[in-house]
Design a protein around this ligand. Structure first.
Ligand SMILES: Cc1cc2nc3c(=O)[nH]c(=O)nc-3n(C[C@H](O)[C@H](O)[C@H](O)COP(=O)(O)O)c2cc1C
Ligand code: SF4
Ligand code: SF4
Length: 631
């Protein structure tokens, strides 16, 4: 019965889904990242071209392929040809590619990023260092199916795992997840099977399942991308999880700042209900489960499980003491499982391919893949999915193609605002929950910011700690006041007013905040400070002892100076760029910066033509010869 019901849905869907093998399909990546780069205008241009030329092609709005650095992105799948992905397109190039490829059989190789399948003409993503590292599981269909059309998901194998799990006893499904070794991808890496088991065994008829799609980490967009690119994968994972734990109602807690994700989720839920994949008697199995979307208002602390539950209940989002754990007594006092978007998105894959397959990826203690949002000074920013135990070096230099603008790698900040900064020496650390923790960072939920020689590690620590300080709910004294004091100390160090005893004071405060905080926001907040003290202590010392910022970043510790022998004298570009008229000629017509007026905005350095590069930053400020005043 269950199987037949699904087979009927799949058959209907297959008739309505085109894979480019019979009729051409042109796909435009229009998740939030694509839209920010102009994807909607490209989508429009593609539609107009197809219409104008009267082509029998389907134009499809899809999600994100992960190559955010090259957006807007276009994929053309044409019968008899390999599907080809194009990057950096605009309205003009998009129209040209569609016309040349579909009408004239010219695949416009000059605009191609890579082919999606092996062929003799164009290299595939797998032929590049990046593709060789990547292994897409959760991201497999992202950017290739229409997230607003359930037929696409069904026709490409979607909901088969759900049918399979509904034909099994809940205990068997649970056992498979336990055996897979899946660990939560929301930050702490808690074993998912164990959490489900606790909830299943907890007393009470009514149980809840919550998907945590709060994604509060600055720089992180993995969960948003999954919601925007393949929402049915999450829904399928949620129904399987609900069946395993015995929940009848689910919630997706998503921040209201993700309007496209909310809209696509709501569409997906409606479509799944209309096909009998959600709601009462799912696929004729007798099992019923429904999902509601709850929009949070964007406080970082609301991602913490107990605060999230309070927020869902209509109370202020404040964490509470655990135990009891939500799996024992959660939403409205009922046993509740809370899982991250990625965690739940692995579930259909594990049920389809088996626990052993999942364990064959990654490492013994951290099986599966890891999904990262690469940001910062890396060449190829975007989303990447790699097997756990890939090294940080591979992730940054192969997947991310290294450091942008020919600069030097300095550190990688991994694990969100309460993660840690790791230097070059530990780049060969394998990415997994335990190795990263040992190195002084953490897996977190997948935010990864690459820093280069121009980033001051004291300022970076101050920036992240200031974020958590502002997001502290204020319930615990150490979290509320300890982080405040730490930010003050870091502040004065970056201003050149640090004292020799500050480093010990910082360490002591950090340990106290860790020990005296109720939730993980406070307990992990000192990580950026502790990891930078561990690996970049010399930078702190330079700020305190020499009043010098080695990275030339801290404004109070630098000065701008025009090198007399490099200045071309008459170009005047710097003079025009200075907003406070701090630059004037000296008696030799060489430009000189009046240090008293200079606001250190960097305009002159940017304006000075590269062939002269006469404007430099110096630290400490008194390194400027003669004080640098206009004579
Ligand atoms: C301050 C704070 C913010 C958090 N934010 C998130 C978040 O945005 N998304 C998330 O899935 N987990 C977040 N977590 C972790 C969750 O509390 C929880 O551990 C996770 O959702 C459990 O799911 P998992 O077992 O699938 O990892 C946060 C934790 C803390 C302490
Ligand atoms: S540790 Fe911080 S965020 Fe967490 S409950 Fe205490 S004050 Fe609130
Ligand atoms: S922009 Fe550079 S080269 Fe031109 S006047 Fe200023 S310092 Fe000299």
């Amino acid at each position: 019965m269950i199987e037949q019901n699904l087979a009927r849905l799949v058959q209907e869907a297959a008739g309505r889904y085109g894979d480019g093998k019979e009729t051409p399909v042109v796909m435009v990546g229009a998740a939030t990242c694509g839209r920010a780069a102009g994807a909607l205008a490209v989508l429009d241009a593609v539609s107009q071209t197809v219409q104008r030329l009267g082509l029998p092609a389907e134009v499809r709005e899809v999600g994100c392929l992960g190559h955010c650095y090259a957006e807007p992105l276009l994929v053309v799948a044409k019968p008899g040809w390999p599907a080809v992905a194009y990057g950096y397109v605009d309205e003009g190039t998009a129209g040209r590619i569609v016309e040349d490829f579909l009408v004239n059989d010219d695949p416009c190789i000059e605009f191609a990023l890579a082919a999606l399948e092996p062929n003799e003409l164009i290299p595939t993503f797998a032929d590049f260092a990046r593709g060789a590292c990547e292994q897409k599981v959760v991201l497999e269909k992202c950017g290739l199916i229409d997230p607003q059309n359930i037929d696409h998901y069904l026709a490409t194998g979607g909901y088969a795992a759900l049918a399979r799990s509904l034909m099994q006893e809940p205990e068997a499904v649970l056992e498979e997840i336990v055996r897979s070794g899946l660990r939560g991808r929301g930050g702490a890496g808690f074993p998912t099977g164990r959490k489900w088991q606790t909830c299943r065994e907890a007393e009470g008829e009514i149980k809840y399942l919550i998907c945590n799609a709060d994604e509060g980490d600055p720089g992180a967009f993995m969960d948003r991308t999954i919601l925007e690119s393949n929402p049915h994968l999450l829904l399928e994972g949620m129904v399987i999880a609900a069946h395993a734990i015995g929940a009848t109602q689910g919630y997706i807690y998503v921040r209201a700042e993700y309007p496209l994700a909310v809209q696509r989720l709501q569409t997906a839920i409606k479509q799944a209900r209309s096909k009998g994949l959600l709601g009462e008697d799912i696929l004729g199995s007798g099992f019923g489960f429904d999902i509601a979307v709850f929009q949070g208002s964007g406080a970082f602390v609301c991602g913490e499980e107990t605060a999230l539950i309070a927020s869902l209940e209509g109370e202020p989002g404040l964490p509470r003491v655990r135990p009891p754990f939500p799996a024992q007594a959660g939403l409205w006092g009922r046993p509740t499982v809370i899982n991250n978007v990625k965690t739940l998105s692995y579930v259909p894959h594990i049920i389809s391919k088996g626990a052993d397959w999942f364990r064959s990826l990654g490492s013994e203690q951290s099986p599966g893949t890891a999904i990262f949002a690469l940001a910062g000074k890396v060449v190829n920013t975007g989303l990447a999915e790699v097997p756990m135990s890939t090294t940080l070096r591979q992730l940054i230099f192969e997947v991310g193609s290294g450091i942008a603008n020919g600069r030097q790698f300095k550190a990688v900040q991994i694990g969100g605002p309460s993660g840690g900064c790791l230097p070059e020496e530990v780049l060969d650390t394998p990415i997994d929950f335990d190795s990263l923790r040992q190195a002084g960072a953490m897996m977190g939920s997948g935010g990864l910011v690459v820093l280069d020689q121009d980033d001051c590690m004291v300022e970076i620590a101050r920036f992240f700690l200031d974020f958590t300080r502002q997001e502290s709910c204020g319930k615990c004294t150490f979290c509320r006041l300890g982080t405040e004091q730490m930010v003050r100390i870091l502040d004065r160090i970056t201003r050149g007013q640090g004292r020799p005893e500050d480093l010990d004071l910082l360490e002591n405060l950090a340990r106290s905040v860790q020990a005296g905080s109720l939730c993980n926001l406070g307990r992990t907040a000192p990580n950026p400070v502790l990891s930078t003290l561990r690996y970049f202590r010399h930078e702190y010392e330079a700020h305190i002892k020499e009043k010098r910022c080695p990275s030339l970043m801290c404004k109070d510790l630098i000065a701008y100076y025009i090198l007399p022998d490099k200045c071309e004298r008459s170009c005047d570009a710097c003079v025009g760029s200075c907003p406070v008229e701090a630059i004037a000629n000296n008696e030799d017509r060489i430009k000189v910066i009046d240090q008293a007026k200079c606001v250190k905005c960097d305009s002159c350095r940017v304006a000075c033509p590269p062939q002269y590069s006469a404007v430099v930053k110096l630290s400490p400020p008194d390194a400027v010869p003669g004080g640098g005043g206009v004579k």
